[in-house]
Ligand binder design. Structure first.
Ligand SMILES: Nc1ncnc2c1ncn2[C@@H]1O[C@H](COP(=O)(O)OP(=O)(O)OP(=O)(O)O)[C@@H](O)[C@H]1O
Length: 228
């Protein structure tokens, strides 16, 4: 097959991203002229000290927030030009999310939480939900509510939810930050295994240097600037 120039474009490309916030009366730059490029299926890690701008950068890359300047392109579309509704739709179609504090819906069961992205897209797919329940080892917990689960089980539910709609990219902000060491390792191994099986790209904000061994790309951020 002949490749065209668009074939070689990265899945996610951010150019000259900048973001500032008001801290008291002072405008403070928290992301400064940052470029990021992530290929389809790639596993990228964002590292840096507390307060360096990791979560802010992740939010900009994922279209959860607008930059002051610069552009974010996902799969040929400029996210910074989309309205909030269009962005929400794009996130629903193409992105999966995993947060430190799980963000499960408290009144829905494990199976219903996993099914949620398919249900809001009006594309219910019980077989796909079952596949993910098996993949994260929670078939025996399908009818449990989040408060009845351990932290590790809650995060495994969140992983399944992030993957269920076959996103092109998953964004994970310190996904193991609320787990003990054993659960943290299990959840991270599972996330990487599922990411490789599904071929989705993965961007993880982490403090864990061990993760860099598995990463295709390590983005190190210091005071809002990429230093690698
Ligand atoms: N909305 C906001 N208003 C004021 N300051 C903010 C806001 N969002 C972020 N900041 C500040 O910007 C800096 C970067 O924040 P960010 O959360 O991106 O850092 P981080 O590297 O993810 O930190 P951590 O590892 O502690 O989670 C911090 O100094 C933070 O206090």
């Amino acid at each position: 097959m002949t490749s065209t120039p668009s074939d070689s474009l990265p899945l996610l490309r951010a150019k000259n991203l900048s973001k500032s916030v008001m801290i008291g009366d002072t405008k403070t730059d928290i992301i400064k002229d940052v470029d990021v490029s992530i290929g389809a299926g790639e596993f990228a890690v964002i590292m840096g000290k507390s307060g360096s701008g990791k979560s802010t950068l992740l939010g900009l890359l994922a279209g959860l927030d607008y930059p002051d300047s610069g552009e974010v392109w996902l799969d040929g579309q400029n996210l910074t030009k989309l309205s909030e509704d269009e962005l929400a739709q794009k996130r629903q179609q193409d992105m999966g999310f995993v947060f430190q504090s799980f963000h499960l819906l408290p009144t829905l069961t494990v199976a219903e939480n996993i099914a949620f992205p398919l249900d809001i897209a009006r594309q219910p797919d019980p077989d796909r939900v079952e596949e993910l329940l098996v993949a994260v080892g929670l078939t025996h917990r399908r009818y449990s509510l989040p408060h009845q689960l351990s932290g590790g089980e809650q995060q495994r539910t969140a992983l399944a939810r992030a993957l269920v709609a076959r996103p092109k990219i998953i964004f994970a902000d310190e996904p193991t930050g609320n787990l003990d060491e054993q659960n943290a390792q299990q959840v991270m191994n599972l996330l990487l295994e599922l990411q490789q099986q599904s071929g989705t790209a993965l961007v993880v904000v982490t403090h864990d240097p061990a993760l860099t061994e598995h990463a295709d790309q390590v983005i190190t951020i210091h005071d809002g600037t990429i230093t690698n």
